[in-house]
Design a protein around this ligand. Structure first.
Ligand code: RBZ
Ligand code: NIO
Length: 350
């Protein structure tokens, strides 16, 4: 709990004066004012977050948190839970979607076992910080204890602290956990007070009948556990997931260390939502990568108050969207760093 508390105490809003300085720098570039749209916003915010008007973006790392879910026994996913460790091994071999897209963007993928129901051998690229062998079925009781939820958050915070020491310039979130769209829907329903139906979708691709069942199961879990909407840690504990907690921690730790954090799709945004409910300034440090096909994503984004960069109809997770967005964010920063000013280029200004 201590690491969580000290981290929350460290988080500050991004400095408005730095944002204005970065914008002034952009306004001297050889282009009509504001003409690079959201790329300018990206460059400006990246500079203000890091406190550097020519920030380094080279060392990009995606942390893909993996965890299992007791709720899978209710038939909420199309796939069996064994796929979680199988996909972890696929990540380590470099064969998954996130590996391909991270290579494309020049980012590294690190897999974090924070709660998989499988004993992995140590391997390069695998960080074993297991808090429990999966959550318990939240339709029958609390998914975790409060201590487990805090421990998993602190795994993410510690990784952000280590990233700072290592000189990592941008972190991304990703996840793997069969069944994890269900806790993600439960989290946004509990926090925003919307209906489960409004925020529950097909995940890996379940049909109509299974979707009805999934809605009923999530509703039963919320009715039984009665998470306190004002207490994000209570929501996370009762209906969340270990990898979602790890992501919340990474986001909090990134904000505390002034590292820009790129948040992937639906499940990652559930983690970012928990973090931003814990501290309102967290949103200043977040770049949301893309709009997920999962219908509840919009509600999460609105609640956090962020607008994604891409809309590619993705619904995979793992950090795939974050990997793509990292390249775009780097492009925005390069505009700030490399583009000539009117004076340098001898171009007449308006
Ligand atoms: C082969 C495979 C690779 C994946 N990579 C990410 N997910 C995604 O799907 C899961 C969530 O959907 P649901 O709640 O319906 O189980 C998560 O593991 C998420 O990361 C995958 C799913 C599968 C099957
Ligand atoms: O948006 C996501 O991250 C997502 C959506 C469906 C299934 N898995 C992940």
């Amino acid at each position: 709990m201590q690491l969580l508390e000290t981290t929350l105490a460290k988080i500050q809003p991004v400095d408005e004066a730095l944002l204005a300085k970065a914008q002034a720098k952009l306004d001297n570039k050889t282009k009509p004012l504001g003409s690079l749209g959201r790329l300018e916003e990206v460059g400006r915010r990246f500079a203000a977050i890091t406190g550097d008007l020519a920030p380094d973006t080279a060392k990009k790392v995606i942390f893909t948190f993996a965890g299992d879910h007791g709720i899978v026994e209710e038939g909420v996913s199309l796939f069996p839970k064994e796929v979680t460790p199988q996909m972890v091994l696929n990540f380590l071999r470099g064969g998954a979607g996130v590996n391909v897209l991270a290579r494309h963007s020049g980012a590294e993928v690190r897999v974090v076992d924070v709660g998989v129901d499988y004993d992995f051998e140590p391997a390069p690229g695998l960080i074993i910080r297991k808090v429990a062998k999966g959550t318990r079925n939240f339709a029958k009781g609390s998914a975790m204890t409060r201590e487990e939820a805090v421990a998993a958050i602190e795994v993410g915070i510690a990784l952000a602290d280590e990233a700072k020491k290592e000189g990592i310039t941008m972190v991304g979130t990703g996840e793997m956990g069969i069944g994890n769209t269900s806790p993600s829907s439960a989290i946004i329903a509990a926090i925003a007070g919307c209906t489960v139906r409004e925020v529950t979708h097909r995940g890996t691709g379940i049909g109509d009948e299974a979707l009805e069942k999934k809605i009923k199961v999530i509703q039963a879990g919320l009715d039984l556990n009665r998470p306190e909407p004002q207490d994000p840690l209570d929501v996370l504990t009762k209906v969340g997931g270990l990898e979602i907690a790890g992501i919340a921690g990474l986001v909090l730790g990134a904000a505390a260390n002034r590292i820009p954090v790129v948040v992937d799709g639906f499940i990652s945004t559930a983690g970012a939502l928990i973090a931003s409910e814990m501290h309102p300034s967290v949103r200043d440090y977040i770049f949301t990568a893309h709009t997920s096909v999962e219908i509840g994503h919009q509600m999460m984004l609105e609640r956090i108050g962020v607008k994604p960069l891409l809309d590619l109809q993705l619904r995979l997770g793992e950090g795939t969207g974050a990997a793509l967005a990292m390249g775009l964010i780097e492009a925005g920063v390069k505009i700030l760093k490399e583009m000539a000013t009117f004076e340098e280029a001898g171009v007449a200004s308006a």
